[in-house]
Design a protein around this ligand. Sequence first.
Ligand SMILES: O=C(CO)[C@H](O)[C@H](O)COP(=O)(O)O
Length: 157
Amino acid sequence: MRIHIATDHAGLELSRRLQDHLIRAGHEVVDHGPTSYEPLDDYPAFCIAAAEAVVRDQAAGVDALGVVFGGSGNGEQIAANKVDGIRAALVWNESTALLARQHNDANVISIGARQHPEDEAISFIDAFIAEPFSHDERHVRRIGQIAAYEESRPTDA
Ligand SMILES: O=C(CO)[C@H](O)[C@H](O)COP(=O)(O)O
């Protein structure tokens, strides 16, 4: 699978370790930054770039997911969810990782890198990537309602 990754200074160490881990597991990793440690860098542009790439890939039929993380994962989730077509879930244990895929068909996982030991954060990401969407009718219906809202919004002219 192709995995788009983005973080900020708070997640850079985890990002490096995660990228090695995912590549060793056979995934194709696309790093949307940052590439070096800058304590005053800002997560939105990195996370939005990753989220846009996930939408682009999925629209083209490419098997792709996104992983964004920072200190808490909150802002990274918010930024990713501004991109139409993104369903980014803030994950904080194995259950929320699995439910994000089973119930929400989340295409981006957000994690607080300062909230978990690295091994734990990586285990949540592994669980998220491996878990399929259930395709249960009620979940399809609810996701469809979110998409319908997105599509009903007036576009900026
Ligand atoms: O998690 C984040 C946003 O939700 C950021 O990583 C966090 O706010 C960065 O904090 P600081 O600039 O104090 O290192």
